[in-house]
Design a protein around this ligand. Structure first.
Ligand code: ADP
Ligand code: MG
Length: 346
């Protein structure tokens, strides 16, 4: 669509004021797109530059976490930041760099209270890094699995609601998280902050899979994978494009986080990967017989873990369901002594 077409099509509609297209603006550059008479810079062109942080401007402090493909540093750039540096030794080709730039362009579209603040990226090889605000809180993983903190039902629901808010926003923007897990959810003074959305292929799978087991599966990942993804894991080198991630597979992962919040552990705990893949692929679910929770609460799990992607609710519906869960008064109840132990309320 060119500028003149836009102005013509608008002016034929006699009821509406035609959108003015400046003659200067009608000189459309290669990198621009015209929609509704506006000129929008295309992704990856000029507009990328404002997110480009020169690597030299970053002050790197200590390492917070290290994987094979990236290292996260505490850093300084106009204040405290987290810098996720990609180990570019694995950067195989130009296509991977494009992939990285694409994922960054996805990241920069996000502005929501429950999502980590994206600040910019270093996009000149060999220094590739993503700069976000530094979360001062602990991850849900640390709370649940390391500290063994217990969340009462009100807190559990509140955390789930905040996750759903952030995820609902991402999905409304057309962004699939692809790696929703308790390690990517921070809790800061009661506020949920989700990280690492849309970065999965660059940080996990693009550069090879030496850090993974024989099936190409990064550790601690399986129980978040929906059946349709499990079934496509057979290829030796799973690549993001080959894995059928979707909004519905994010909802499946949310179900697992909901289970962690309720039970304090992962589903299929202690079972070998092959057994988990087989069961989930066949539509089997972690039994809930030992889970002491109401029908409504268990129903959320069953819905999110539905075998067919179409049967899983979206986050709008999940928020609706979570809103309707009965709120317990906070009085200490002797029949639920578990909630009196170390609390993660703070
Ligand atoms: P994973 O999500 O599998 O733990 P990451 O590479 O994403 O692996 O993160 C490595 C470490 O860095 C983790 O301990 C994570 O909690 C920490 N981390 C990542 N991003 C941030 C951030 N924005 N603020 C504080 N810590 C972070
Ligand atoms: Mg992470």
């Amino acid at each position: 669509r060119t500028a003149s077409q836009t102005s013509e099509s608008t002016s034929t509609d006699s009821d509406k004021t035609p959108v003015r297209v400046d003659s200067q603006d009608s000189q459309v550059s290669d990198s621009d797109t015209i929609t509704d008479g506006h000129r929008w810079p295309r992704q990856n062109s000029l507009s990328m530059r404002e997110w480009d942080i020169p690597f030299d401007e970053l002050k790197m402090n200590d390492v917070i976490g290290k994987g094979r493909f990236c290292t996260v540093y505490r850093g300084q750039w106009h204040g405290d930041v987290a810098v996720k540096v990609l180990n570019v030794i694995y950067l195989k080709d130009e296509k991977t760099l494009d992939h990285f730039k694409n994922e960054v362009s996805t990241f920069r579209k996000t502005r929501h209270e429950n999502l980590i603040l994206f600040m910019g990226a270093c996009m000149k090889p060999p220094k590739l890094a993503i700069v976000t605000s530094l979360s001062k809180g602990m991850t849900l993983y640390t709370h649940i699995h390391l500290r063994k903190d217990k969340f009462n039902m009100n807190k559990t629901t509140n955390v789930a609601q905040q996750i759903s808010q952030g995820m609902g926003y991402l999905h409304a923007k057309g962004i699939i998280h692809k790696d929703l897990k308790s390690k990517n959810i921070f809790i800061e003074n009661g506020k949920v902050v989700i990280t690492d959305f849309g970065l999965f292929s660059v940080t996990k799978l693009c550069f090879g899979n030496k850090d993974t087991d024989s099936l190409g599966i990064p550790p601690g990942w399986l129980c978040y994978l929906a059946p349709e993804i499990m079934k496509s894991l057979h290829a030796h080198q799973p690549h993001d494009e080959e894995l059928p991630f979707s909004k519905a597979s994010d909802v499946y992962a949310f179900g697992t986080v909901w289970y962690e919040l309720l039970c304090g552990e992962w589903p299929f705990k202690g079972q070998p990967p092959e057994a988990v893949i087989w069961q989930v692929g066949k539509g089997m679910k972690q039994p809930l017989a030992n889970l002491q929770a109401s029908r409504d609460v268990k129903d959320i799990l069953m819905l999110c873990w539905s075998f067919h992607a179409d049967d899983r609710p979206d986050f709008v519906r999940l928020l609706n369901i979570l809103d309707k869960l009965p709120k317990k008064r906070l009085a200490r109840s002797p029949s639920h002594p578990i909630h009196l132990s170390r609390s993660a309320e703070s």
